[in-house]
Design a protein around this ligand. Structure first.
Ligand code: RB5
Length: 146
């Protein structure tokens, strides 16, 4: 699985933590910034990652900002993206099983690095259940395509 990861200035520490996790898990990834601690704009990082996932260049994306909210709002504007903002392990598992989410968003000002790791690990290793859930996400795709 190939992962695209990015953060704004509010998410750089958790981004580094998740990169360590991806290294430990032997997962291929590319880091799309940000490369500074000065203030940047989260859509400049969320939208390119979302487009790379939507066009199939990457299988999944992980986005981190202060709250995770801005990143998730921006990513979900891209057709084909199902970005889930998760701050607990239950939601991370459920959103993979039920929503087949293809981007995970987290907020560094909301949770610590240990929980972020557990959330990301769960999200990366949980499969989509399909069945009735496929039908439901199909309705979202149909709406997007109209
Ligand atoms: C940046 O200050 C902050 O607004 C951003 O990281 C994020 O929380 C937005 O949703």
């Amino acid at each position: 699985m190939k992962i695209a990861i990015a953060s704004d200035h509010g998410g750089i520490h958790i981004r580094e933590e998740i990169k360590h996790l991806l290294d430990e898990m032997g997962m291929e990834y590319e880091d799309f910034g940000c490369n500074c601690e000065t203030s940047v704009d989260y859509p400049d990082y969320a939208l390119p990652v979302a487009e790379k996932v939507a066009n199939g260049e990457f299988d999944r994306g992980i986005l981190i900002c202060g709250t995770g909210i801005g990143m998730s709002i921006a990513a979900n504007k891209v057709k084909g993206i199902r970005c889930a903002l998760c701050h607990d392990v239950f939601s991370a598992k459920a959103t993979r099983e039920h929503n087949d989410s293809n981007i995970l968003a987290m907020g560094e000002r909301v949770i610590g690095p240990g929980l972020a790791r557990e959330i990301a690990k769960t999200w990366l290793t949980t499969d989509f259940t399909g069945g009735r859930h496929q039908n439901r996400i199909g309705k979202i795709s149909k709406y997007e395509n109209n």
